[in-house]
Design a protein around this ligand. Structure first.
Ligand code: OAD
Length: 234
């Protein structure tokens, strides 16, 4: 691994699963408990905002009771030690990567702990509920705060920054994601086209597993610390 300078890591729900946060598509996952069309689209929010707020208010409360696991810790350790360029692109809306200490991190699907005011476009740190339509801390208008989470049909955040990093990467690693949702599912092909080595760490082969140079399968809390130790020569 001595030829590796720049690393991009994509993470998904599987990295937080062992912290007790449900994934989306595993048996009993979130999208078996709720229909995407009911809670995770702009149309759902227009149709039944209370249902959408109840869903995200519960998720926001739940993540605050969870703690980072050994996979988050290992990635934070790599972030702190790695001298080259480094970026974790997470699809997760929890804050476990940053609570573990990662700083070179970008949330492409938004963050549970942010509220977005659609009146003034301000984003504020938010730990409480939104269903009671609280006023925006910036503009003072009530009724305009929504979860700062990217819904189906909306554009993920920071795509230019992500593609720039991928095109500079020597190594692209995908951790704990099913490869079912684009554009994230296409990053491995972008990385390959740019000449990066590609590695998958996931419980099972993802939908795009065949695109990776190498795939290791098992729980993130075992695979990720072992891989990080190898990267750091320990
Ligand atoms: P998924 O639920 O689709 O996939 C989770 C993946 O993690 C699966 O491939 C599991 O096998 C794997 N997994 C489960 N437990 C694991 C563990 N302990 N260690 C390692 N891997 C494990 O979740 P995502 O791929 O993150 O988007 O889903 C992508 C997007 O779809 C989410 O960001 C969300 C969702 O709809 C939006 O809400 C916009």
């Amino acid at each position: 691994m001595t030829d590796i300078q720049n690393i991009v890591i994509l993470t998904g729900a599987g990295v937080s699963a062992e912290s007790g946060i449900d994934t989306f598509r595993d048996g009993g996952g979130l999208w078996e408990q709720h229909r995407v069309e009911d809670v995770a689209t702009p149309e759902a929010y227009i149709r039944d905002p209370d249902l959408v707020h109840r869903f995200y208010d519960a998720r926001r409360a739940a993540i605050q009771t969870k703690v980072p696991n050994a996979a988050h810790d290992a990635l934070a350790r790599l972030d702190a030690a790695w001298k080259g360029e480094f970026l974790i692109v997470t699809q997760n809306v929890d804050d476990l990567h940053e609570r573990a200490g990662a700083s070179r991190l970008l949330h492409m699907h938004g963050e549970h702990l942010n509220a977005w005011c659609t009146a003034c476009d301000n984003r504020s740190h938010w730990t409480g509920t939104l269903i009671e339509r609280p006023p925006c801390p910036a503009c003072g208008l009530p009724g305009y705060l929504r979860p700062d989470v990217v819904w189906f049909g909306e554009m993920p955040y920071r795509m230019e920054d992500i593609y720039r990093a991928i095109n500079r990467a020597d190594l692209f690693v995908s951790i704990g994601t099913s490869g079912a949702v684009y554009p994230a599912a296409g990053f491995v092909r972008e990385a390959r086209a740019a000449g990066a080595k590609t590695l998958e760490l996931n419980m099972e082969p993802s939908q795009g597993s065949h695109w990776f140079d190498e795939a290791r399968h098992g729980p993130a809390t075992a695979l990720v610390p072992a891989w990080v130790d190898a990267m750091l020569g320990r």
